[in-house]
Design a protein around this ligand. Structure first.
Ligand SMILES: NC(=O)c1ccc[n+]([C@@H]2O[C@H](COP(=O)([O-])OP(=O)(O)OC[C@H]3O[C@@H](n4cnc5c(N)ncnc54)[C@H](OP(=O)(O)O)[C@@H]3O)[C@@H](O)[C@H]2O)c1
Length: 524
C-alpha cells in the first residue's frame, strides 16, 4: 500500500510539476476574441505562458470576431488590455512584441460559412502543416453559439473526429446549460462533430493550485487518507462565499441564481474531489470516472427532502465591511419582486460505504462578510470522560481546513494544554501556507488550463456525464422549490452569513457553521 502511495506521489509530482512539458506546435483560435474573457483572462494567460517558454514552438493565436479590424489594431487592443489585466506588472514590452507577432485576426460572423473558409486559408498561410492541423478552438462565446461554430468548423474540415497524427480540441466555458435538458442538448451539439475526448469544458476552479492539491493531499499522505471516512469524520463543510453582490450582472443572475451559478459547478466539483475514491490511475478518465461515481452516490433529494435539507436566501440592503450595499431587488436589471436566490445552503448525504450517514454541508452566497473558499473536515470528538471532569469543558473536535482562497493553505486544528498548573485545554492550530512554503508563484487558473488543453490532458476539464449528473442534482432542488416565493425567513442582510434558516439547518444535528475569518490561517 505504501509503495503504491509513493508511486502515486511520484506520478502526481510529474503531472503537477509539468509547467514546461513538451507540447506540439499548434494554433489557438479564439472565437469571441474581442470580448471580455479574451482581454481579461485568455491573452494575459497566453502571454505568461509564452514568457515562461511553456507555449509550443511555433504557435499562433487567431482571434475570430465580428468587428472589422486589422491584425495590428487587434494586437494594439490586446496590448492595452494586457497592461490592465496582467498578473505581473509592468508588462515586458520585448516579450509582448515577440508574443504578439504571433497573433492574427479573422473577421467573420459565427453563422457565416465563408468566414470559416477564410479562417482555413489563414491557417494554411502560416506555412507549417502543424499550425493548420493542430488546433485548439476556444469558444469564448455564448453557449447558444457553440453548436453553430462546431458545425461550421466541421464543414470546412477544420474539426475532424478521425484525427491521427494531428489533433483538434474545443474548449468551452460555463454555463453548460441551465438544466439537465439544455445541458443535454448543448452536449449533443458539441459532440455531433467531435468526440467527447476532444471537448474540454472549463471550470476555472479546477485550475486553481489548491483545488488540484486536494487530490495530492488526500492520496499522497497516508495519515489523512486513513481517517477520511465515516468512522472518523463527523461532518464536512464546504463554503464558497463571495463578498461582492451581483453588481452589474443582475440580468445574468436573474436567469441563474446561486444554485446554478455556483453549486452546479464549483461546489459539486469540490465535493467530488474531497469525497471521491482513489482513482485506479492518474489518467484523466480514471479520475473523472471516480468523480462521476461520487456525484451519482449523492442521495437523491425528493421535494420533501428539499424542504428539510436545502435553504435558499436573498440579500436585502446592508453593510458589507464599511460599504453600504443595496438589496438584490434594488440591483440594476433585477425584478423588484424577484425570487432568485443569492444564497444557498444544503445538507447532502453520500450513500456509499465510505461516507454513509456523514452530512456534507455546502453553502455559497453573495454579499457575505468576506470572500473565501474552504473545505472543513470535522472529525468525531473524543469521548469526554477523561478531560471533562478535570478541565470542566467539552473538548473541541479536531478539524482539517483546506483553504482554497484567498490564502491557500491547510490548517489542522487540535487540542493543546494551556501552560500552567491547571488542566485547561484549548484548540490550537498547525497551519501550512502555500505562499510561505513555496513563494508567491501562483499562476492564474487559465494558464494551467490552457496549457493542459494544448497538451491534451483532460483531467482538469469536466466530462459530459459529470455536467449532466450535477444538473440532475440541481434540477431536483429546483423542483422542490417549485417556483414558490421566498418567505420572510429566507432573506438576509448584506454583510451577514446568510439567513437564520441556514444556521438552523446545521443546528438540527447539533452542528454549526464555522465561518472563514479574514486571516484564514487563524480560523477557529
Ligand atoms: N468574461 C469573463 O470573465 C467570463 C468568465 C467565465 C465565463 N465567461 C463566458 O464566456 C463567454 C464569453 O464571454 P465574454 O464576457 O468574453 O463575452 P463578450 O464580452 O460579450 O464578447 C463576446 C464576443 O463574441 C463575439 N461575437 C458575438 N456574436 C458573434 C457572432 N455572431 N459572430 C462573431 N462574433 C460574435 C463578439 O464579437 P464583436 O465584438 O466583434 O461583436 C465578442 O468578441 C460567455 O459565455 C461567458 O458566459 C466569461
Amino acid at each position: 500500500m505504501l509503495a503504491r502511495m509513493d508511486a502515486l506521489e511520484e506520478v502526481l509530482m510529474c503531472k503537477l510539476d509539468d509547467g514546461r512539458k513538451a507540447v506540439d506546435p499548434c494554433t489557438i483560435v479564439i472565437f469571441g476574441a474581442s470580448g471580455d474573457l479574451t482581454a481579461r483572462k485568455l491573452i494575459p494567460a497566453l502571454y505568461h505562458l509564452f514568457k515562461e517558454q511553456s507555449l509550443p514552438v511555433p504557435f499562433r493565436v487567431v482571434g475570430f470576431a465580428r468587428r472589422e479590424k486589422t491584425d495590428e489594431a487587434f494586437r494594439a487592443e490586446l496590448g492595452e488590455a494586457l497592461k490592465q489585466f496582467s498578473r505581473t506588472k509592468p508588462v515586458d514590452e520585448k516579450v509582448w512584441a515577440a508574443f504578439s507577432a504571433n497573433i492574427f485576426y479573422c473577421m467573420g460572423d459565427f453563422g457565416d460559412a465563408a468566414a470559416y473558409e477564410k479562417l482555413a486559408k489563414l491557417l494554411k498561410s502560416f506555412g507549417e502543416p502543424k499550425l493548420a492541423d493542430n488546433l485548439l478552438f476556444y469558444l469564448a462565446t455564448s453557449p447558444s453559439q457553440f453548436a453553430e461554430c462546431v458545425e461550421h468548423l466541421h464543414n470546412v474540415n477544420l474539426l475532424r473526429k478521425d484525427t491521427n497524427a494531428h489533433w483538434q480540441r474545443v474548449v468551452v466555458e460555463k454555463p453548460f446549460g441551465h438544466d439537465l435538458a439544455s445541458a443535454h442538448e448543448l452536449n449533443a451539439g458539441l459532440t455531433k462533430h467531435a468526440h467527447e475526448k476532444q471537448i474540454l469544458r472549463i471550470d476555472h476552479y479546477l485550475g486553481k493550485e489548491t483545488v488540484q492539491n486536494i487530490l495530492m493531499f488526500r492520496f499522497s499522505n497516508s495519515i489523512f487518507e486513513q481517517i477520511w471516512n465515516r468512522a472518523s469524520v463527523e461532518q464536512v463543510q464546504i463554503t464558497v462565499s463571495e463578498k461582492i453582490g451581483v453588481g452589474g450582472r443582475g440580468g445574468y443572475y436573474e436567469e441563474a441564481g446561486a444554485l446554478r451559478d455556483m453549486v452546479q459547478n464549483h461546489l459539486l466539483q469540490i465535493l467530488a474531489l474531497v469525497a471521491m475514491e482513489p482513482p485506479a490511475t492518474l489518467e484523466a478518465e480514471a479520475i473523472r470516472d471516480e468523480k462521476v461515481k461520487l456525484l451519482k452516490s449523492i442521495r437523491p433529494l425528493r421535494p420533501a427532502d428539499v424542504e428539510k435539507q436545502v435553504v435558499r436566501g436573498q440579500y436585502f440592503a446592508g453593510q458589507v465591511g464599511t460599504e453600504f450595499r443595496p438589496g438584490y431587488r434594488q440591483e440594476p436589471k433585477v425584478k423588484p419582486d424577484s425570487n432568485v436566490e443569492t444564497f444557498v445552503a444544503m445538507k447532502l448525504f453520500i450513500d456509499n460505504w465510505r461516507w454513509s450517514s456523514v452530512p456534507f454541508y455546502l453553502r455559497t452566497g453573495k454579499n457575505l462578510p468576506l470572500g473565501a473558499s474552504e473545505v472543513r473536515v470535522q472529525f468525531r470528538p473524543t469521548p469526554s470522560v477523561l478531560f471533562a471532569a478535570q478541565a470542566g469543558q467539552k473538548l473541541d473536535a479536531n478539524a482539517i481546513t483546506l483553504r482554497l482562497q484567498p490564502e491557500e493553505g491547510i490548517t489542522l486544528r487540535f487540542n493543546g494544554k494551556i501552560p500552567g498548573t491547571s488542566l485547561s485545554v484549548r484548540p490550537v492550530r498547525m497551519s501550512f501556507s502555500y505562499e510561505s512554503e513555496f513563494g508567491a508563484y501562483t499562476p492564474e487558473a487559465y494558464e494551467r488550463l490552457l496549457l493542459e488543453a494544448i497538451a491534451g490532458d483532460a483531467t482538469l476539464f469536466i466530462r459530459r456525464d459529470e455536467v449532466e449528473t450535477a444538473w440532475g442534482i440541481v434540477d431536483a432542488i429546483r423542483a422542490g422549490w417549485n417556483g414558490k416565493p421566498l418567505s420572510n425567513r429566507e432573506f438576509y442582510s448584506a454583510g451577514t452569513w446568510g439567513p437564520v434558516a441556514s444556521d438552523d439547518l446545521l443546528a438540527q444535528a447539533g452542528h454549526a457553521w464555522r465561518n472563514p475569518l479574514p486571516m484564514a490561517p487563524k480560523t477557529t
